[in-house]
Write a new protein. Sequence first.
Length: 223
Amino acid sequence: MPGLILKLTPGERFMINGVVLENGDHRTRVRILTENAHVLRLRDAIHPDGIDTPVKRVCYIAQLVLACETTAEAAQPQLLRGIEQLSQVFTDPDSRAKLDAATAALGEGRFYQVLKALRGLLAREARLMGYAAAQTGAALQADPGAPAENAATPAGTAATGTGRAVAAGPNRAQSDPAAHNPGTRGAQPGEEPAAEPGPDPAPGLDGSAVAPDPRQNRRAATA
């Protein structure tokens, strides 16, 4: 990424190729000349505990590359699928432009630009989820006896792989425990006993355990 310029505030921390650096006492500008260097501003980093929406999940995959916690080769197919799934939900022209920019940057291996483009969707995603939550609340007030098993998510996210990783987590509906935990209903005549289900996968590449927070356990250097 030749010519990338970072405008840093006093004391701001950032990462270059997995090394944590900290700015001094004054505002400064840093120009990154090395092509394909992995740069991450720690103020933009998403903590693993904060991956609670589809867009954040895809952003986190790009962040893993910038923090040198995974390889570009491992992350690229995951990012492509995630962007495709998001494109089924974010259909307005502005969001499409951001997704197209993320796809183009991904093809060129510019993961900083991938993350920057995807982060542009976070505000719109928050508005969509807020609107959906308000609609659900209004429906429950109008009919208090109606089941609240349809979680408030942007239309279509629960049907995609990206959305499913969030929607199928701790907030899933509990109207029928046996449906979510077959072991609770016992074996029926002619059936084998159901195995105890394992824990929900943590949000990471392919549902594997997430990598450690890049802001922790890193060797710091003074810029």
